[in-house]
Structures are given as structure tokens and as C-alpha cells.
Design a protein around this ligand. Structure first.
Ligand SMILES: [Zn+2]
Length: 180
């Protein structure tokens, strides 16, 4: 039989009868090319059979916990971000409403906008700095406090902000009226 036939048998893993098997074994002894091919295919088959099912490594539970903690951190960061956004938005809304109350003329409008933007930017910088201090605290306390409480805290904080901002702007309005 031709060399190619044996090669096909080896590559396809054809089921051989006793006679064919004996034939192949005889050929393998003579043909180094088929022998190496036979060995290679058997090694691959062996590898597939013996390669173990991936089992959880010793550090698996630890890594799993780390992943859970990462998710929790992201969650707390999201809640913090939400809180800060609520505060910023409340501040922005307040500023714009105060801005309307001031009824600054169109000439003063660009300056007012600039002042507002500067103030908001300052607030954002301040809140950002605050978040660096607060976020580790929140991260720890998040395990004890539910997110609803944090959102409530966020709203009350913005309430405090508004309460604090109103007299400040009233005094500013008065000052402006006095100056003009
Ligand atoms: Zn051969």
C-alpha cells in the first residue's frame, strides 16, 4: 500500500481492523515520516485527553473577593459621583435662579456668566478635592450604610448648600445695588 494511504489513516484517525493496524505498524517501522506524524497525532490526542479540567487555583476565592470589592468600589464611586452631580446641579440651578433674580442687564450678562462659571468651577474643584478625602470613608461606610441613605445624604447636603448660598447671594445683590 502506498505511503499516502497510511498518512491519511494517521491524520484522520481512521478506525483500523487488525489487519490494517498490523500493516500500519509495519509501515511505521520503515517510514520515519509516518512515524513522526503518528507520534505527533498521538501526542496531541494524549494532551487533549490528559489536560486537566481547570480547577480553581488556591488564590481563586481571594481573587473573587478582590473582584467583588472592585465592583463595590465602582458602585460607591458611582454613588459618590451621583451625589456630587446632584450637589453641582443644585448649585447650578440655584445660581441661575439667583442670576435671574438679580435681573442683571444684558450688558452685565457675560460678566455674570463668567462669575457663575468661575464659581461652579471652584465648587467642582473643591468637591473633587473633597471626594478624595470622603471617598475612602464612603467606601468603608458603604458596607454599613445602604445607598438610599447616601442619596438622602446627598440631597440634604445640596439642601445645606442652597441654604448657605441664598444669604451669600442676597448680600451680594445688596452690595451690587449699593454700588450702583
Ligand atoms: Zn510513510
Amino acid at each position: 500500500m502506498k505511503h499516502q494511504q497510511y498518512e491519511t489513516w494517521i491524520l484522520l484517525g481512521t478506525e483500523l481492523d487488525l489487519e490494517q493496524h498490523r500493516e500500519l505498524q509495519v509501515h511505521l517501522k520503515q517510514c520515519s515520516q509516518c512515524q513522526s506524524l503518528y507520534q505527533a497525532t498521538h501526542q496531541i490526542a494524549h494532551l487533549f485527553k490528559t489536560s486537566p479540567v481547570p480547577e480553581p487555583s488556591p488564590g481563586f476565592s481571594t481573587r473573587c473577593m478582590t473582584r467583588i470589592e472592585k465592583v463595590e468600589t465602582r458602585k460607591s464611586q458611582f454613588i459618590l459621583g451621583m451625589t456630587l452631580s446632584v450637589i453641582s446641579l443644585a448649585t447650578l440651578l440655584l445660581l441661575s435662579s439667583v442670576g435671574l433674580q438679580i435681573r442683571a442687564g444684558m450688558a452685565q450678562f457675560p460678566q455674570l456668566m463668567l462669575e457663575m462659571i468661575t464659581l461652579v468651577a471652584k465648587w467642582i474643584v473643591f468637591l473633587n478635592q473633597l471626594s478624595h478625602i470622603v471617598s475612602p470613608l464612603i467606601r468603608v461606610s458603604l458596607k454599613l450604610i445602604s445607598p438610599i441613605w447616601l442619596i438622602t445624604l446627598g440631597f440634604s447636603l445640596s439642601g445645606i448648600t442652597i441654604a448657605w448660598m441664598i444669604p451669600f447671594f442676597k448680600s451680594r445683590t445688596i452690595q451690587r445695588e449699593l454700588h450702583s
